[in-house]
Design a protein around this ligand. Structure first.
Ligand SMILES: Cc1cc2nc3c(=O)[nH]c(=O)nc-3n(C[C@H](O)[C@H](O)[C@H](O)COP(=O)(O)O)c2cc1C
Ligand code: SF4
Ligand code: SF4
Length: 317
């Protein structure tokens, strides 16, 4: 049976030939507004996260900034009022990498935020594999924030366990990331937060140019559509559902209706948030005819306990 990876690889050559030249021509922007502060007092660390990994880094960044005397709010993008953006003089945004880019619901959401002219902004992604186009995905967040007047002061990408559910989660690449995040990953996050503060204090910004990567070409492929073609039987098992509404809360498009056991296939983004968060294994999905199971079950079956940073012992964000 063809795996997701071989399926996607077949498309890479075609897509790269078609769209890489366009990707290579993306330039970084020439100038940003002046930074409105060199000494931020109130920071927002905003996260979008389906399986908790991006959120963990958001909390860690928040703890580090708080330790530097900054008032910090760490907030879930799905519950955040866009009008509150203007209350902050430092904004850090993190998302997972989905389909070689940031999730489409995140880019759409960021396109609608108010002007944040002169506010220092930093971006990070969490990602599941070294080939995931993570640099350009984090650049994409920075570009969207810079479009609203934000001044880019930091960008990074933190690798961890891939949350993409396949019928065969135990492939070598998946196992390769099973031990992440580790202490080195958390050190990378600490350096990221420190770098943001240093750049702001010096009044410096960074460029938002894309890296020249073949993978960048994949962004033009209809990957969500292709994956939806491979997914079948996407429903809710009424006999298992405990009515907790977690899937409804996590679904970015409100495509799932557990009381009717339905999924609106047109609205669905194939993000697997419902499957990856259902505590009762009640979300049914097949990928090319094989039954999928979600991230919590993947951790259970492989006895994986994710390491938490030491800061969380004393920091409650
Ligand atoms: C739908 C989907 C698509 C993904 N696509 C990619 C990808 O293109 N590149 C990558 O490195 N990781 C990919 N991943 C893995 C996630 O980016 C990674 O596990 C991330 O840390 C999950 O973050 P979260 O726990 O905050 O949701 C994907 C995961 C899902 C669920
Ligand atoms: S129905 Fe599930 S897979 Fe589809 S968009 Fe909602 S959470 Fe994501
Ligand atoms: S998350 Fe699972 S148990 Fe909870 S309402 Fe959705 S399908 Fe039912």
């Amino acid at each position: 049976m063809e795996t997701r990876r071989s399926f996607i690889k077949k498309s890479v050559v075609i897509s790269a030939a078609v769209c890489l030249p366009a990707a290579l021509t993306r330039e970084s922007r020439a100038a940003y507004p002046a930074l409105k502060t060199r000494n931020p007092k109130k920071a927002l660390v905003l996260w979008y996260s389906q399986t908790g990994q991006t959120r963990r880094y958001a909390r860690l960044i928040g703890c580090i900034l708080k330790d530097k005397g900054i008032a910090v709010d760490v907030r879930d993008m799905q519950e955040f009022d866009k009008n509150s953006f203007t209350n902050y003089d430092l904004i850090v945004m993190g998302t997972p990498t989905f389909y070689y880019d940031i999730p489409v619901n995140v880019s759409q959401w960021l396109g609608k935020i108010p002007a944040i002219s002169g506010t220092p902004v930093a971006a990070y992604v969490s990602f599941g594999g070294p080939e995931g186009n993570q640099y350009n995905a984090s650049t994409h967040i920075l570009q969207l924030l810079a479009d609203k007047g934000g001044v880019p002061v930091g960008r990074d990408a933190f690798r961890n366990i891939a949350s993409y559910p396949t019928p065969n989660w135990n492939n070598p690449k998946q196992i390769d990331g099973q031990h992440l995040p580790d202490t080195a990953t958390f050190d990378q996050v600490r350096r990221f937060a420190a770098g943001i503060m240093e750049r702001i204090s010096r009044g410096e910004s960074i460029s938002t140019g894309y890296e020249l990567a073949l993978r960048e070409g994949l962004r033009i492929l209809p990957l969500v559509w292709l994956n939806k073609k491979a997914i079948s039987k996407h429903t809710v098992d009424a006999s298992k559902c405990i009515g907790c509404q977690t899937c409804v809360k996590k679904c970015p498009t409100k495509a799932i209706n557990p009381s009717r056991q339905t999924v609106d296939r047109d609205k669905c983004l194939a993000c697997f948030g419902c499957l990856n968060n259902c505590p009762a294994d009640a979300v049914v999905m097949e990928y090319r005819g094989e039954r999928l199971y979600g991230f919590p079950e993947y951790l259970r079956r492989n006895k994986i306990v994710i390491l938490e940073p030491q800061e969380f012992k004393t920091c409650s964000l």
